[in-house]
Design a protein around this ligand. Structure first.
Ligand SMILES: *Cc1c(COP(=O)(O)O)cnc(C)c1O
Length: 402
C-alpha cells in the first residue's frame, strides 16, 4: 500500500504482532554477545550459562499459565507448536483412532494441519460457530466418537477476538477421554489462563503476540496424566527428543521475560485496554450509523475491536486511512479481496471491516485520533457514494472484564 505521509502511522495492529518491549530486548541482548553459548554444550561455562537462561525462561513461561517448567517445549512460534500438537498427537495415537475435531474460525496453522492430516488418512470434523464466533458445546459433544483422539479449539480468535467457552470445553474433553489442544497465541498474557483449571492438555504460545520477539514460541504438554506425541523434527534430541534443533537462546530469554512481564501486568493492562477499546467504540459508533461490532460483546480479548461498516468499500477505506496501521480482517488473508474465513463463518458479509488491535504502547490520544479519522473517512466515502441505507446502532459494548 502506498505510504503518503511522512510520520509513521498509529500502530493499531497488535493482534498481528507487537513491538518488542524494551525490557524484553534488554534481557535478550547479552545472549547475542557475551553469553553466546549453545545451551546443549555441557562441557564448559558458555553452555552452562545459556542452559541456565533457557531454564529460567522455561520457568517464566510455565508460571504465566500455571504449568511446571518440564511441561514447556520451546518452538519457533505458535505455528510450529500447532503443527507439533496436532500432527504429533494424531500420529502417536493413530492406532487408537483417526478422528479429530476443530472449528471453522481457527487460525490457518491449525486448519492447514488438519487438511494435511486428512490427506494422510485422518478424518476431521469442522464445527461451525454462532454469530459471535463461539462453538456450540452440544455439537462438540455430539461430534466426539470412539475414534476421536484430539480436539483443537483456540482460546481467543485472532480476528474478532472472541473467547471460546474454555472451561466447558476442557470439562467435556476430560469427561469423554479426548485430548484438547488449545491455540492460545492471542490469549496468553492477555487474559488469565491456568492450564489446570482449564483442563487443557496442549497449549500453543507465540512470543511476538505478547511483546516478545518473532520466531520463538512454546508448546505446553501436560505431564500428569502424560500426553504422548510424536516428534515432527528429527535431529539432536533437544527438548526431550520432541523438538530437535539448537535452541534460540536469545529468543527464548525474550519469551521468558515477555511472560514474566505479562504475568505482573496482565490484570491492570487488561482494564486499561478495555477502557481504550470502549473509548474507540464510543468515538466511532457514537458518531456513525451503520457500524456493527463483530465477535462476542463480552467474551472477547480486551484489546480487540472488530467493526464492519455499511455503505463503504473496504479497500477504499483502508486507502483513506494511511495514518492508521489497522488490519482488514486478518493479516494472514489481507491482500486477497476475499472476506476472511472467520467473517464468512460468522455470516458477516459487510463490504468493509476493520480490526483494531490495541496494545501496551497505545495511548488515549492515539485512540482519540483514530476514532476521529475513522469517522471522518467513513463519512466522506459515504457522502461520495451517495445515500446509504438507514442503519441501526448496535448495543454498546458492555463491561470489559474478560
Ligand atoms: C499469530 C498466531 C499464530 C501463529 O503464530 P506464529 O508465532 O506467528 O507462528 C497461530 N495462531 C494464532 C491464533 C495466532 O494469532
Amino acid at each position: 500500500m502506498l505510504r503518503r505521509m511522512s510520520a509513521p502511522p498509529i500502530y493499531l495492529d497488535n493482534l498481528a504482532t507487537t513491538q518488542v518491549d524494551p525490557r524484553v530486548l534488554e534481557a535478550m541482548l547479552p545472549y547475542f554477545t557475551r553469553h553466546f553459548g549453545n545451551s546443549a554444550s555441557a562441557t564448559h561455562a558458555f553452555g552452562w550459562t545459556a542452559k541456565e537462561a533457557v531454564e529460567q525462561a522455561r520457568a517464566q513461561v510455565a508460571a504465566l499459565i500455571g504449568a511446571v517448567p518440564q511441561e514447556i517445549l520451546f518452538t519457533s512460534g505458535a505455528t510450529e507448536a500447532d503443527n507439533l500438537a496436532l500432527k504429533g498427537v494424531a500420529e502417536f495415537h493413530r492406532d487408537r483412532g483417526t478422528h479429530l475435531i476443530t472449528c471453522a474460525v481457527e487460525h490457518k496453522a491449525v486448519l492447514d494441519c488438519c487438511r494435511r492430516l486428512e490427506s494422510r488418512g485422518f478424518q476431521v470434523t469442522l464445527l461451525p460457530v454462532d454469530r459471535w464466533g463461539q462453538i456450540d458445546l452440544e455439537q462438540l459433544g455430539a461430534a466426539i466418537t470412539g475414534k476421536t483422539t484430539l480436539i483443537s479449539l483456540m482460546a481467543a480468535n485472532n480476528e474478532i477476538g472472541t473467547i471460546q467457552p474454555l472451561r466447558e470445553i476442557g470439562a467435556l474433553a476430560r469427561e469423554r477421554g479426548v485430548l484438547w489442544h488449545c491455540d492460545a497465541a492471542q490469549a496468553v498474557g492477555k487474559i488469565p489462563l491456568e492450564v489446570g483449571a482449564l483442563g487443557v492438555d496442549l497449549l500453543s504460545i507465540s512470543g511476538h503476540k505478547l511483546y516478545g520477539p518473532k520466531g520463538v514460541g512454546a508448546l505446553y504438554v501436560r505431564r500428569r496424566p502424560r500426553v504422548r506425541l510424536l516428534a515432527q523434527l528429527d535431529g539432536g534430541g533437544q527438548e526431550r527428543g520432541l523438538r530437535a534443533g539448537t535452541l534460540n537462546v536469545p529468543g527464548i530469554v525474550g519469551l521468558g521475560m515477555a511472560c514474566e512481564l505479562a504475568r505482573q501486568e496482565l490484570e491492570v493492562e487488561a482494564l486499561r485496554l478495555g477502557a481504550l477499546r470502549q473509548q474507540l467504540w464510543e468515538g466511532i459508533a457514537g458518531s456513525l450509523s451503520g457500524v456493527e461490532l463483530n465477535g462476542h460483546p463480552t467474551a472477547r480479548l480486551p484489546g480487540n475491536l472488530h467493526l464492519s461498516f455499511a455503505g463503504v468499500d473496504g479497500a477504499q477505506l483502508l486507502l483513506a486511512l494511511p495514518d492508521l496501521a489497522v488490519s482488514s480482517g486478518s493479516a494472514c488473508t489481507s491482500g486477497s479481496a476475499e472476506p476472511s474465513h472467520v467473517l464468512k463463518a460468522i455470516g458477516q458479509q459487510a463490504p468493509a471491516s476493520l480490526r483494531f488491535g490495541l496494545g501496551r504502547f497505545n495511548t488515549e490520544a492515539e485512540i482519540e485520533t483514530a476514532a476521529v479519522r475513522v469517522v471522518a473517512e467513513v463519512s466522506r466515502l459515504r457522502g461520495r457514494a451517495g445515500d446509504h441505507p438507514a442503519l441501526h446502532h448496535e448495543p454498546a459494548l458492555t463491561g470489559s472484564k474478560n
